[in-house]
Design a protein around this ligand. Sequence first.
Ligand SMILES: [Zn+2]
Length: 321
Amino acid sequence: MPQHIVYVGMEDYPRNIMEFERRFASEEACKRYLFQIRWPNGFRCPRCEHQKAWETGQGLYYCTNCKYKTSVTAGTIFQDTSKPLQVWFRAMWYVTNQKQGVSALGLQRTLGLGSYRTAWSWLHKLRCAMVRPGRDRLFGIIEVDEAYIGGPESGKRGRGAAGKALVVIAAQKDGKRIGRIRLKHVPDASAKSLNDAVKNSIEPNSIVCTDDWNGYNQLSKLGYNHNVIRKASGVGKNLLPSANIVISLLKRWLLGIHQGAVKISFLDYYLDEFTFRFNRRNSRSRGKLFYRLVQQAADVEHISIKDISSERPNTEPLYMV
Ligand SMILES: [Zn+2]
């Protein structure tokens, strides 16, 4: 007999590895946890929003209204995985508990995964999950600057150079400290690219501090209180200390975790991971970080390895930070 499902979710997560091991000792426990996170107010049909379903023996949910069949992993980054959720949960625990992040090789060894490629694609999927879909923009006093990743600083703006990528850094000021950040990989330092990056990262009416590069000239028109800090020189050399700290931490992190070997086509993933970690750097509970990651993994549309691989041209050289 199929059972009628009524589950009520709540925000809870393991505090330490002992609790984690106890909590997720079975595949069923992982599924239950994912269910609570996906449907905290009880099942909701992805097609018709109906709230009643029958659970079939294969762990599928069968909408009593539109007859749509779904599973707890459908439409999440765990869709179509051939590995148990238990392994995925361990991967997420490991990734969130290593403060500086992990490499694909580290993940492969820790979980005993058969292939490096699996570990590599899992890390990319998890990075996708680190960006909350429709996440909020920064508000308040924000420093904005750009910096080149890869190669020595040329001091010149405008066109990007081969083997380098330009990243826009938005760092929110929180008293004397740095609040949250947003990072955006842009094609160049033109007004169009910079306007898009700012609009994407910062709420209008915020105070946006930049140097006097003319690419920022239109920020007032876009509804920001633009505060131009003069005496600016080349890229990365100006009076925007918060943004500069962030960029140096980012460069150090790319060097440390990834040995500086980051391909340009993957830079966005790394920027997302860095942002996720940076914005939660003061979080006391690593368990809560794990919880956020599971929550976001359940929220992100399924990404296939093919999607990721298609962004990886084999001819692309290693990209040195
Ligand atoms: Zn339905």
